[in-house]
Design a protein around this ligand. Structure first.
Ligand SMILES: [Fe+2]
Ligand SMILES: [Fe+2]
Ligand SMILES: [Fe+2]
Length: 479
């Protein structure tokens, strides 16, 4: 009797699926990769995911296009999560010491270095989404086809989840490439794409299952060491980004104004939060030597901040308001990135987030949302609040640990923020902005949409950031 016949003859109880439903008996009869081969490939996937994470973070701040900035935030988070899962799996496979920090092959390093150094958005999108993500998907698919469905079920399970989200990234990427990379741009980069293909070949494929070579292609964009660009950039829809002529916190905490009107300021504050990923990316990129869990937690928070920004965008569009007419200020990330060290930036972030915890912080915003009669505003603030509680925990775990106690950590954050020069006057003097009061226009438009008369007091609101920080503390003499 042949193996096939024996397989056909075998019956499970009342025909229930065999192998706990993982695969057929015939599939389980096939040979699969051994533990050593699996570990070798998983380590390369882990490396690739960490590099994808790193590239997304490295490029996010200076990437002008908002939709890319937010996608890079999400994709950095997804890559970090799957890298964490695979590191855990490798540790289960007779592999101490793990060697997870080692570069699997220099050509693989070159491959990702080149993409990180892409000289413009189109090239970055082409390399990251058009080439690297599909390459990783292909290698993971191959792994799933070649590893044993029963023996290696735990790895295959993790890769299945990773593939779900990598496919999402690839789908976003296909549309990004189609929108941002035309034929001329693609032609211009054909030599560079050949370089990437050659690097991958020298590395023996992403999974290392083919023959490797010591002959590396010559670096092009990565020939000079990578420099993190600290200056946040925005696309052309963002107007008057130096404008600090409206202080939304002052409006929000003023009892004279209605909850309904305050939802507009909260949508503004949410959308403005895109400056937090711009700032946090610099901390993540410029801090070395922390445990991986630091980078993972900070990246989760970074993505949450991008989510909050998108909530603001969604809130404005749901209200029928064109946010492109509203100056979305970016001087917080600009000033923090260019005036403070990474630790000092983290200190400011921690200080601000601790300040959100008392009753007049995030809970207050949620209550305003609930009172406003706008269920979307309430929902956004509900989750914004929950996320900020998480961020405060992340801060306690990864920032406060370097201080004697939490008060000292908070004081340091306050002091660092006080040192940041807001340049309110200088931006005005240099003609970068007029600090135009954009509020009445936005408010009138919203009232028109709501079909109500503007409240004269609210319409007259005219408090700027000239003398106050976003926590309503007076700006120090230096500012
Ligand atoms: Fe935030
Ligand atoms: Fe937030
Ligand atoms: Fe936060």
């Amino acid at each position: 009797m042949s193996a096939t016949e024996r397989t056909q003859e075998y019956e499970t109880y009342r025909g229930l699926p065999p192998i706990a439903g993982l695969c057929s008996m015939a599939e389980a009869h096939r040979q699969g990769l051994g533990v050593g081969q699996c570990v070798g490939r998983l380590k390369r996937f882990h490396y690739a995911l960490k590099r994808l994470h790193e590239i997304c973070i490295a490029r996010l701040t200076a990437e002008p296009i908002y939709e890319l900035k937010t996608a890079l935030s999400l994709h950095a988070h997804l890559a970090a999560e799957h890298a964490t899962a695979l590191a855990g799996r490798v540790a289960e496979m007779r592999e101490p010491p793990l060697g997870l920090d080692e570069v699997p092959h220099p050509a693989l390093a070159l491959y990702f270095d080149e993409i990180r150094a892409a000289p413009d958005t189109g090239t970055l999108v082409l390399g990251l989404y058009g080439i690297a993500v599909p390459e990783l998907i292909g290698a993971m698919d191959k792994y799933r086809a070649e590893s044993h469905p029963l023996c290696d079920a735990p790895s295959r399970r993790l890769l299945r989840f990773a593939l779900l989200e990598l496919e999402d990234m690839a789908a976003f990427g296909r549309q990004a490439v189609a929108a941002l990379v035309d034929d001329a741009a693609r032609d211009q980069r054909s030599k560079w794409v050949e370089l990437l293909v050659a690097a991958m070949e020298a590395a023996g494929g992403l999974d290392g299952s083919s023959a490797t070579s010591d002959a590396l292609p010559v670096a092009q964009f990565s020939a000079t060491p990578f420099q993190f660009d600290l200056v946040p950039r925005r696309d052309e829809r963002f107007v008057d980004s130096y404008n600090a002529g409206v202080n939304p916190e002052a409006f929000l905490y003023d009892p004279r104004f209605s909850a309904r009107d305050k939802t507009l300021m909260m949508f503004y504050k949410r959308l403005r939060e895109i400056d937090v990923p711009e700032m946090m990316a610099s901390i993540i990129h410029q801090t070395s030597g922390k445990p991986w869990e630091f980078y993972r937690a900070m990246t989760r928070q970074l993505w949450d901040e991008a989510r909050h920004a998108i909530m603001g965008e969604v809130g404005f569009t749901a209200a029928g308001i064109d946010w492109r007419k509203v100056p979305i200020n970016f001087t917080w990330s600009l000033n923090l990135n260019t005036q403070l060290t990474p630790v000092e930036r983290h200190a400011v972030l921690y200080f601000i987030e601790q300040g959100l915890m008392p009753r007049n912080g995030k809970r207050f915003e949620f209550e305003v949302g609930e009172e406003s009669g706008d269920p979307l505003s309430a929902l956004f603030q509900d989750f914004d609040w929950a996320d900020e509680v998480l961020h405060s925990q992340i801060g306690r775990r990864w920032y406060v640990e370097d201080f004697r106690n939490s008060q000292q950590a908070k004081d340091y954050g306050d002091a660092c923020w006080s040192r940041v020069v807001s340049h309110w006057r200088r931006y005005l003097d240099e003609g970068l902005t007029e600090h135009r009061n954009w509020w009445p226009e936005l408010y009138r438009e919203a009232c028109r949409r709501w079909g109500v008369e503007p409240d004269p007091q609210a319409l007259a609101f005219n408090t700027t950031y000239e003398v106050q920080r976003a926590d309503l503390k007076p700006i120090s003499a230096s500012g």
